[in-house]
Write a protein that binds this ligand. Structure first.
Ligand code: MSP
Length: 515
């Protein structure tokens, strides 16, 4: 059995989640569900990043203490993930004692290994990014203000001058380049790997890892009055949750074969700082970092100031949980930026879910009721769909392994379309009941069985319901749910047993009208 450890970034609790956060989390969830299907032992981690100035200021503006504000928004994250049926194994909060202990132990190790020294930091800081910047990272204020703006948030940065502790990142440039060279697949996709390499080759400066003017953070054990810089607290969550400081055996079981998912906004922290920190602490860098683009709304990144933030709940109301999940897993390739539009989501839902899959299920059940007294026949072992199904299963297996849910689902829907075409070509609704009709319907039911399994990482309740309707939930010798089938063995053509009741029911995915 292999182990599969997948993580999302831990999200800031300054505010509630929007669909951008949901996008990464859903991808991690679908990957976790897929790996459970193929029999891997899975550990899926998500959580919240609660310290630092960004959260402290948001709390102050809301008239709460940072702890109260963090609690409130961590709950909103949990609620959103419950709504979207996110199957995380652990939800870590950086204010928990396990994280505080681990951050102190991990950073103490780096300190003891001689990679930390004291100095004075003078320079720019962007609180919304929680990041230090040089002049050439920033842009001029178009309205003529003296202070330059952060390129991401378009807000004036702040000048810091503090006695701090520094991590000797500059000493890790060569080890990082060596690591990139010997692990060409570690950072995906290629363009993002090149971006990270560019940052390293451009020269690495030592970074301040402590803050003395901030109180809302984890105390630096060797320096009273300092707390850790929030990114040096946050990244360590990935090792806290697998027992870095509490259960060495467990840690070694899971580390370093991790798949970290993140968007390009935090590439520098994950693809440069994090591997260097691990090396400095004497640990192996992460096996895989998958960096995706932004989900844009009207061509822009969602932000409070643009008032273009959409929450998952708003869309779930119209599309249902599975409609929402399908859109964000299938809607844009995992990698480049993708524009989200409500109209596009309606089209995708109607085409793929209502018309293709929903219609296949409804049609088959209707004809089985008419021609076979509601009893599903077995598939034809020599069906022309059999080799197509085998190809689709192989392709889906490959694409899920490549962290490409959109392509895996695209492959799956090819089988749905082929089954619809097979029905059109044979028109069993026009024929007399008999073996020929049985074969065609049995083939379509077998496709529905296979598709229910392949789509189950994306569509949760609807694939369970489809499974029940095609008579498999209570059939002898059959798993109760599509997610209990073992993949790929359980997907060999001919698994639909036949002689089981098939039920039509209301549309699985009712058609939507835009607007
Ligand atoms: N707290 C840090 C991460 C620390 S991880 C050790 C942080 N938090 S965040 O709340 O700003 O979340 C950023 C992440 O949320 C992105 O990297 C991405 O995974 C997700 N996204 C937020 N908005 C997004 C889009 N508009 N589009 C795609 N992903 C987005 O950074």
């Amino acid at each position: 059995m292999s182990r599969y450890y997948v993580t999302t970034p831990i999200y800031y609790v300054n505010d509630a989640p929007h669909i951008g956060h949901a996008y990464t989390t859903l991808t991690a969830d679908a990957l976790a569900r897929w790996h459970r299907l193929i029999g891997d032992e899975v550990f899926f981690l998500t959580g919240t990043d609660e310290h630092g100035q960004k959260v402290a200021r948001a709390a102050e503006a809301a008239g709460r203490t940072p702890a109260e504000h963090a609690e409130l928004n961590a709950d909103r994250y949990r609620q959103a993930w419950d709504l979207l049926q996110i199957s995380f194994d652990d939800f870590i909060r950086t204010t928990e004692p396990r994280q505080i202990d681990t951050v102190q132990a991990f950073m103490q190790r780096i300190h003891d290994n001689g990679h930390i020294y004291s100095g004075t930091y003078e320079g720019w800081y962007c609180v919304p990014c929680e990041a230090y910047y040089n002049d050439d990272d920033l842009v001029e204020d178009p309205s003529g203000g003296d202070t330059p703006l952060c390129e991401i948030h378009r807000k004036p940065v702040e000048w810091l001058s503090e006695e701090n502790w520094f991590f000797r990142l500059s000493a890790f440039a060569q080890p990082l380049l060596d690591w990139y060279e010997t692990n060409p697949d570690a950072v995906q996709p290629e363009g993002k790997r090149n971006e990270a390499l560019g940052l390293i080759r451009g020269g690495l400066q030592d970074i301040s890892v402590s803050r003395s003017a901030v109180e809302w953070g984890i105390p630096v054990p060797w320096a009273e009055g300092h707390v850790f810089y929030v990114w040096y607290d946050a990244l360590i969550n990935y090792v806290t949750a697998i027992g870095y400081n509490s259960d060495r055996q467990r840690f070694e079981d899971w580390w370093p074969s991790v798949n970290h998912l993140l968007a390009k906004d935090i590439l520098r922290f994950h693809c440069v700082y994090w591997p260097a920190m691990l090396m400095a602490a004497g640990e192996a860098p992460p096996r895989q970092l998958n960096v995706h683009g932004y989900l844009l709304v009207g061509g822009e990144k969602m932000s409070k100031t643009s008032l273009n933030q959409i929450t998952p709940a708003e869309l779930v109301e119209d599309f249902g949980v599975d409609g929402f999940r399908y859109q964000f897993l299938r809607g844009q390739p995992f990698g480049p930026d993708g524009d989200f539009s409500y109209e596009g989501m309606v089209v995708r839902y109607n085409t793929d879910l209502a018309n293709n899959l929903g219609n296949l299920a409804a049609r088959v059940a209707t004809v089985v009721a008419k021609k076979c007294d509601g009893v599903g026949p077995a598939p034809d072992p020599d069906s022309p769909l059999a080799p197509i199904a085998a190809e689709v299963v192989a392709e889906a297996v490959r694409e899920w392994a490549e962290t490409s849910p959109p392509k895996a689902l695209e492959a799956t829907w090819r089988l749905v379309r082929e089954a619809n075409a097979h029905l059109e070509n044979n028109e069993p609704w026009k024929a007399e009941p008999g073996p020929a009709v049985d074969r065609v319907l049995g083939d379509a039911l077998e496709v529905l069985r296979i598709v229910a399994v392949l789509a189950s990482p994306a569509l949760i309740d609807s694939t369970d319901e489809l499974w029940r309707r095609i008579g498999l939930a209570d059939a002898d010798g059959q798993p109760d749910r599509p997610s209990d089938v073992s993949v790929p063995d359980g997907l060999a053509w001919g698994g639909y047993p036949g002689d089981v009741p098939v039920e039509k029911g209301t549309p699985l995915f009712p058609r939507l009208t835009a607007g």
